[in-house]
Ligand binder design. Structure first.
Ligand SMILES: [Zn+2]
Length: 137
């Protein structure tokens, strides 16, 4: 684990919190995510809960970003509805985010203790999918 300190993107947290406050409804949409693109743009999304494995807000934001032509993300944060604040990504999202954006920073922690950490720090001794795609032939 590294112990890097990086200024926290509070504007990004507020963007996710705003979506959580204003767009989350019922049991289907309970989490919001916001991602900062390398060019500074912010993309937001909410989860699409379903018992078959509907995607978390972090994964929806990856697709929403691509739909806007944003393929590289610098920072991501998820915020829960009903005032739950910053929520760390689940295990599946950590793996997906690492594979898509190895240099991504993730905002974790609560209240005054939020911090940005490299996504790789959230998955020590991780399986890196790209490292195992052996050349065919
Ligand atoms: Zn997740």
């Amino acid at each position: 684990m590294t112990s890097q300190t990086h200024p926290v993107d509070h504007e990004l947290i507020e963007a996710a919190a705003h979506v959580a406050r204003t767009r989350c409804r019922g049991d289907n949409h309970t989490m919001a995510a916001a991602a900062r693109a390398l060019d500074g743009r912010i993309v937001t999304a909410v989860n699409a809960y379903h018992f078959t494995g509907g995607p978390c807000a972090e994964l929806v934001v990856v697709g929403a970003a691509a739909a806007q032509g944003v393929y590289e993300l610098a920072t991501i944060v998820a915020v829960g509805d009903r005032g739950r604040g910053v929520v760390p990504p689940c295990g599946r999202c950590r793996q997906v985010l690492l594979d898509y954006f190895p240099g991504l920073r993730v905002i974790v922690g609560a209240g005054d203790h939020v911090r940005e950490v490299p996504v790789a720090d959230l998955l020590p001794e991780t399986y890196v999918w790209a490292d195992h795609q052996l050349d065919a032939g």
